[in-house]
Write a protein that binds this ligand. Structure first.
Ligand SMILES: NC(=O)c1ccc[n+]([C@@H]2O[C@H](COP(=O)([O-])OP(=O)(O)OC[C@H]3O[C@@H](n4cnc5c(N)ncnc54)[C@H](O)[C@@H]3O)[C@@H](O)[C@H]2O)c1
Length: 345
């Protein structure tokens, strides 16, 4: 059994507790929130009778001595929670984003390394079937090496709460998923970025609801991102809509079930190569899927087997490095190098 304390009993904790009850190895032994009523409410809802409830993580960890901490707090509290968990020799699975600043991200990853604990991030949108299929398809070379990757994200939610108050909200709280998916799909890391943020006149966010960014992945490969959390009409999927152009063809994914590809055949007809629809193979049985459930299962496996989880902090910091470089570019109006240190394993 893996005894776990979950900290942060807000909206997202439901997804974690739903997943946790599907995994027989997990026993939730404590719930922590600054607002004790929220923790008590979750305990009632999930029939977690007799678990420790508290407003202070250290105190609950002292009492329950769990093997792992599930961190579902707001990004601004992530460092404090991570340090507390690691000081108690707990393995740590944390919501995205891994941290709210580059300094805090490095400090958390380094602290986890020193402590010798498994540290992973819920980058759950990797665990989407079509994201897995796209990666395999691109790596197979069916349309040649990718030359450009394009993602469009236009959704207009009224969350209320911390998102409407935080700066760089789209880049930090949402684009991390899309940036991580781009790295994963084409199996590469970008070296620099230019980014522009803007605030539509009707924006209900404090800052950074909308952004466009161009990343240089090297070897003649570019990733463009256009996104807004303040764009009513023709909503895209939360996964974004994608076009990947390769040397010999292209792939389109609408972010839902629409996934298709076509490849150029040697015979040219007039100005254009002849194109043929090609199948994107189905999911491989070894591909991890299932969103939060998939990530949490991998984390439990990693703790039990001493292996590295796919979304380990030491790798996820590279996706977060894209976010922080994009933020710096938006703030300075300059193209920004993505520091090599964020790409260190
Ligand atoms: N992976 C995803 O798809 C996904 C989706 C939504 C949110 N998230 C992430 O989940 C995290 C939480 O988001 P949410 O929507 O649940 O926020 P929320 O505001 O609903 O809940 C956060 C909770 O954390 C508590 N909290 C804050 N600081 C704390 C501390 N130091 N100790 C104990 N409790 C503390 C708050 O009281 C609150 O109840 C964020 O990082 C967010 O980006 C991820």
């Amino acid at each position: 059994m893996m005894n776990v304390v979950l900290v942060g009993c807000g909206a997202m904790s439901k997804a974690w507790l739903d997943a946790a009850r599907e995994i027989p190895e997990i026993a939730v032994v404590g719930l922590v929130d600054l607002d004790a009523d929220r923790a008590k409410g979750r305990a009632r809802e999930y029939e977690l009778n007799g678990v420790a409830i508290g407003t202070n993580l250290d105190a609950v960890l002292d009492l329950t001595k769990p093997r792992a901490v599930f961190d579902v707090v707001v990004p601004a509290a992530r460092r404090e929670v991570a340090f507390s968990a690691l000081a108690h020799h707990c393995h740590l699975l944390t919501e995205k984003p891994l941290a709210d600043s580059p300094e805090n991200a490095r400090a958390i990853v380094e602290r986890a390394r020193q402590a010798g604990r498994v540290h992973a991030v819920v980058q759950n949108r990797r665990y989407v079937a079509n994201v897995r299929r796209i990666r395999r398809f691109i790596v197979s070379g069916a349309i040649g090496a990718p030359t450009s990757i394009h993602a469009d994200f236009f959704v207009a939610p009224h969350f209320g709460g911390f998102r409407e108050e935080m700066r760089h909200v789209l880049l930090l709280d949402m684009a991390i998923h899309t940036f991580d998916a781009a790295r994963y799909m084409v199996n590469g890391d970008p070296s620099r970025v230019f980014c522009l943020e803007w605030e539509p006149v009707n924006s209900w966010y404090r800052q950074g609801s909308s952004a466009t960014a161009v990343f240089d992945f090297g070897d003649g490969k570019v990733f463009t991102y256009r996104g807004s959390w303040c764009a009513d009409g023709f909503r895209t999927s939360w996964e974004a809509g994608w076009r990947i152009v390769g040397e010999r063809g292209s792939l389109l994914w609408d972010g839902f079930d629409g996934l298709k590809a076509e490849a150029a055949r040697p015979k040219r007809e007039g100005l254009f190569d002849r194109l043929e629809a090609i199948e994107v193979p189905p999911l491989d049985e070894s591909d991890g899927i299932g969103g939060h459930l998939g990530v949490i299962r991998d984390f439990v496996r990693a703790v039990e087997n001493g292996t590295e989880p796919e979304t380990r902090g030491a790798d996820n910091i590279k996706s977060l490095g894209m976010v922080f470089a994009a933020i710096e570019s938006a703030e300075t109006g300059r193209r920004v190098d993505i520091p090599a240190e964020t790409a260190r394993p």
